[in-house]
Design a protein around this ligand. Structure first.
Ligand code: NAD
Ligand code: IPM
Ligand code: MN
Length: 366
């Protein structure tokens, strides 16, 4: 379906906790700069999520925030959580009760997490050629187990979660992944644990069924443990990966390690219409919050994903991506990527990206 670019968009900004507000601030500046050049009018409205919402309202996802999100075209999220709230029970916890509930209530099932080499010397790989799109199922699986709990049992205590998927849940994420693979290099790795788990056996059967509609895509099945190793040994052989919620959570941080920093991985969580939630893959990084040392690239690149996937402005998205790549290439780097070289602050990195967006010849609305 051809998507016409929006002329006006309403974006809800939920910057959350820890480094969330710092990286979101830079993402908003880049988003505004790119949108202005593309003739896209933006209305940005701020809402509370996570620990910040708990402090103000007592709950991690207030009704006002949910209503704001439902009335928006897209969401820009920072990060949630921190030592102050991480011990709270699930429904009052910034993660499960805030961010995960938001993904689930809005049915944002397709979590796209692209990883590509932007700073080769920051990668631990000998040959850093990473260009992988991880497609993580985001509203099912072990995270949303229908049966979970914790109880005393005689002299011990039991805690349990269950991994369950319906065929429909697997089918819709598989279709998204095949479509994306067909538009890239045509290679899809489906990752599961079908040698052990029933839910993975179903996953594999359904992915095989969907494969028959995509003869142009080469499909491989890998067990998650093997995949974790193959990603280190031969990342260049991967194009698109599709996997279950928890496996995707773990593998996406591995991808971040392969490209050198969590500060480089953006994400977008989509449903079947244009609506999406855009956020860096990293968390609230309490160890560096407030020091000006956090890398805002992942958040800025998430804003680019929003322009492409929700707002239909491909060239404005490309403007941001080009600007981030070129700023990094010139050696403007936050401490996570600076190595022995000089490091810049979060806001200086953001300044450089905005200047680069504005320097480039104006993009045509796409
Ligand atoms: P984390 O991603 O916050 O940090 C892991 C490590 O990576 C830390 O050393 C941190 O300083 C570093 N790091 C992360 N992002 C960085 C960036 N942009 N630039 C430079 N360095 C960066 O994960 P964690 O420490 O396991 O969790 C901290 C808190 O964040 C917890 O409360 C956790 O629940 C939460 N969390 C939230 C999200 C989210 O909101 N999407 C994701 C992961 C973790
Ligand atoms: C992520 C995060 C979240 C997740 C947490 C904060 C609930 O780790 O987006 O990767 O596990 O999905
Ligand atoms: Mn994670």
């Amino acid at each position: 379906m051809t998507r016409l670019p929006a002329n006006e968009a309403r974006v809800a900004v939920l910057s959350g906790d820890g480094v969330g507000p710092e990286v979101t601030h830079e993402a908003v500046r880049a988003l505004r700069a790119a949108a202005t050049r593309a003739g896209l009018g933006l209305t940005l409205e701020h809402g509370l999520l996570g620990g910040a919402a708990i402090e103000e309202t007592g709950v991690p996802l207030p009704d006002d925030t949910l209503a704001l999100c439902e009335a928006s075209d897209a969401l820009l999220v920072g990060a949630v959580g921190g030592p102050r709230w991480d011990g709270l029970p699930a429904d009052r916890n910034p993660g499960p009760g805030g961010l995960l509930r938001l993904r689930r209530d809005l049915d944002l099932f397709a979590n796209l997490r692209p990883a590509s080499t932007l700073v080769p010397e920051a990668s631990p790989l000998r040959v850093p050629t990473v260009d992988i799109l991880l497609v993580r199922e985001a509203v099912g699986g072990l995270y949303f187990s229908p049966e979970r709990g914790r109880r005393r049992d005689g002299s011990t205590e039991i805690g349990w979660d269950t991994m369950s998927y319906t065929a429909e849940q697997v089918r819709r994420i598989a279709v998204v992944a095949f479509e994306l693979a067909a538009a890239r290099e045509g290679r899809l790795a489906s990752v599961d644990k079908a040698n052990v788990l029933e839910s993975s056996r179903l996953w594999r059967d359904v992915v095989d069924e969907v494969a028959s509609d995509f003869p142009q895509v080469t499909l491989d099945h890998l067990y998650v443990d093997n995949c974790a190793m193959q990603l280190v040994l031969r990342p260049q052989d991967f194009d698109v990966i599709v996997t279950e919620n928890l496996f995707g959570d773990v593998l996406s941080d591995e991808l971040a390690g392969l490209v050198g920093s969590l500060g480089l991985l953006p994400s977008g969580s989509l449903r079947s219409d244009r609506f999406g939630l855009y956020e860096p893959v990293h968390g609230s990084a309490p160890d560096i919050a407030g020091t000006g040392a956090v890398n805002p690239a992942a958040a800025i690149l998430s804003a680019a994903m929003m322009l492409r996937h929700s707002l239909g402005h491909d060239s404005a998205a490309a403007d941001i991506e080009r600007a981030v790549a070129s700023v990094l290439r010139r050696g403007t780097r936050t401490p996570d990527l600076a190595g022995a070289g000089p490091a810049v602050s979060t806001s200086s990195f953001g300044d450089a990206v905005v200047a680069e967006i504005e320097r480039h010849p104006a993009a045509e609305a796409s």
